[in-house]
Design a protein around this ligand. Structure first.
Ligand code: BGC
Length: 515
């Protein structure tokens, strides 16, 4: 087979360059049919988000539980008991944030290994591997007797996330019918939302029990078991099976997900063609992504989206919502309750996204939500500035605490229908098969690194910048909204295999992809 430079591949194929299947019309592919099998398969894959959401949500609640703090972080408890604590600084403890963020350090390293495994073992097997690691991590956390065990358990969960956060979103976009890829892709974020909400409810129920924290952390075994067990019953994605030369299985998987009466030959042929092209050019994948023709994917999918997703400040809210609401003067229960409300708004907004994303498009949602989130961040900053006093020792009245909650809900809704799901969708949409696992792995690495940064710095930032913290994130959201307006092409409804056309038409990116 002839070797053709990457950016020429699609055109070479279209022009009928020797060695490539020239008779595969992209239009022959079933674009919109949704079968029961594809729905079930995608639910199982998306449930990898469940454990992620649960881990995210549970740590915020557990770190405000007096029994947990007394056992592992007594100094934080002492500070909270001070007669007139500075409300912004109560939970500012590096070791406490290390508990939360150790997960991301582990995830960062696992994701680099995962890209090779996703290729050689397949997407489904990597999900299984991740699930087993979660089971160990949850058991370690639930049974922890010292900080080391606690952090080790968090790291095991992090390794698992490095695997599943990579494999599941790839799986989802490869299996979904192109016309509904956006809606299916939001499934991952939807399950993250369910996980966060479930964790908030469990936090509330367990908060008063002396061993409530053990129950909260150990219960992560349930979502881990659901996803591990579910993954045993699904087949790998057709792309992955083709990539691993399992053509018969790929055919069966395609028939299953596209429907027995569907002509799957055009899609199969296209997958084979792409896989052959990817194999014909035998390069080190971590070098390939630096080639000029992949500059748009590198900048948008591997760096900007994963980084911006975190600089929206969502995790400042997600991890620390209970801490934050306590800080602004709510009692323990009300703070946990407020977090539940936030979680529900988040889930509803992801449903809005599932409905709107393939109709209004990705860019519209990103820009609308960007404006909404900037307004709410500035709003929270103003309310805090006016009510907490310059040294942060004034308690906020109940009315203002509720106003902050309402503003946060608008913020969470904006995130839920934009940057939340888009982070798991757009990068994979724009990576050609050849660089998909590597691209996704770099993207998740950047995402975890940024999450680590945010989680490690938020409480210290809140302590020093006070209400200015929210202006800081508002500023970032402005930057990312401008980025989306200028540099992000619309990918709605375009089959993964024809994605090269969006770069060729884009005012800026076309200079990198034109041969
Ligand atoms: C992000 C998490 C975040 C969560 C909030 C996810 O997409 O990756 O970092 O905490 O959304 O729901």
């Amino acid at each position: 087979m002839r070797k053709i430079p990457g950016n020429q591949e699609h055109r070479a194929w279209e022009m009928g360059v020797e060695g490539y299947a020239v008779d595969v019309p992209v239009t022959g592919i079933n674009n919109g049919k949704i079968t029961l099998s594809v729905v079930i398969t995608c639910i199982v894959a998306a449930s990898c988000g469940l454990i992620y959401g649960y881990d995210l949500g549970i740590s915020g609640g557990v770190t405000t539980m007096p029994s947990f703090l007394l056992k592992f972080f007594p100094s934080v408890l002492k500070k909270a008991a001070a007669t007139k604590p500075n409300i912004y600084c109560v939970y500012d403890s590096q070791i406490l944030t290390t508990f939360t963020s150790s997960l991301y350090i582990a995830g960062m390293f696992a994701t680099l290994v995962a890209s090779r495994l996703v290729k050689t073992l397949g997407r489904r097997n990597v999900m299984l591997l991740g699930g087993s690691t979660f089971l160990v991590g949850s058991a370690l956390n639930g049974g922890a007797v010292n900080v080391a065990m606690l952090i080790l358990g968090r790291m095991m969960l992090g390794f698992g996330l490095g695997f599943t956060n990579q494999a599941a979103p790839i799986y989802l976009s490869e299996v979904a019918p192109p016309k509904w890829r956006g809606a299916f892709g939001t499934g991952f974020q939807f399950f993250i939302g369910i996980g966060v909400l479930a964790a908030s409810c469990i936090n509330l129920a367990a908060a008063k029990h002396p061993h409530g924290w053990r129950f909260c952390l150990g219960l992560a075994i349930v979502p881990a078991a659901i996803m591990t067990f579910g993954a045993l019953f699904i087949s790998d994605s057709p792309s992955s099976l083709v990539e691993r030369n399992k053509l018969e299985q790929a055919k069966r998987a395609l028939l299953n997900i596209r429907g027995k009466d569907t002509d799957i030959e055009p899609e199969l042929a296209l997958l084979i063609r792409n896989s052959e092209m990817a194999k014909a050019i035998n390069e080190e994948p971590f070098m390939t992504i630096f080639q000029r023709q992949y500059r748009p994917q590198l900048v948008i999918g591997m760096l900007a989206i994963p980084f911006f997703h975190q600089m929206s400040g969502i995790n400042a809210v997600a991890f620390y919502a209970p801490v934050l609401f306590q800080s602004v003067g709510m009692g323990n229960d009300s703070a946990l309750f407020a977090t539940i409300i936030l979680g529900m708004v988040n889930i509803l907004s992801i449903l809005v996204s599932a409905f709107a994303i393939d109709r209004c498009g990705r860019r519209f949602l990103l820009m609308e939500a960007g404006i909404q989130m900037i307004i709410t961040e500035v709003g929270v900053a103003i309310v805090l500035a006016l009510t907490t006093g310059t040294d942060g020792t004034k308690r906020i009245s109940k009315g203002y605490a509720v106003l902050i909650l309402v503003l946060m809900c608008f913020y969470a809704a904006g995130f839920g229908w934009s940057w939340g799901p888009m982070n798991w969708l757009i990068p994979i949409e724009i990576f050609p098969m050849k660089i998909r696992p590597t691209g996704q792995s770099v993207g998740i690495f950047v995402n975890f690194a940024a999450t680590f940064l945010v989680s490690q710095t938020f409480l210290t930032m809140l302590c020093h910048l006070k209400y200015g913290t929210f202006l800081f994130y508002g500023g970032w959201i402005l930057v990312m909204t401008i980025f989306a307006a200028l540099l992000l092409p619309e990918t709605k409804g375009i089959p993964l295999e024809s994605m090269h056309t969006v770069w060729e038409k884009h005012w800026y990116w076309r200079r990198f992809v034109q041969g």
